[in-house]
Design a protein around this ligand. Structure first.
Ligand code: SF4
Ligand code: SF4
Length: 73
């Protein structure tokens, strides 16, 4: 349970969300989409390659990519 969802952790208390929804725009794989509150929702986690681009470019450091997810079980 929760295995895939633990790959990307979005801290909604940090996400304002930013102007332009940077993380959604930069993800090459369409993993993130804006929800009704405009904050990013994880809509296709299996396509996430954990490239880290979204986390690196988030101005508020609201996203954490769990690189070790497969080992955590
Ligand atoms: S880590 Fe890469 S593939 Fe995964 S959601 Fe972020 S930008 Fe998309
Ligand atoms: S880049 Fe960061 S602040 Fe901007 S929408 Fe994504 S998670 Fe929120």
């Amino acid at each position: 349970m929760g295995k895939h969802n633990s790959v990307i952790l979005i801290d909604y208390s940090k996400c304002s969300p930013c102007s332009g929804l940077i993380c959604i725009g930069v993800c090459p794989f369409g993993v993130l989409e804006a929800g009704t509150d405009d904050k990013p929702q994880i809509v296709d986690v299996v396509s996430c390659t954990r490239c880290g681009v979204c986390a690196n470019l988030c101005p508020l450091k609201a996203i954490t990519i769990n690189q070790n997810e497969s080992k955590d079980k």
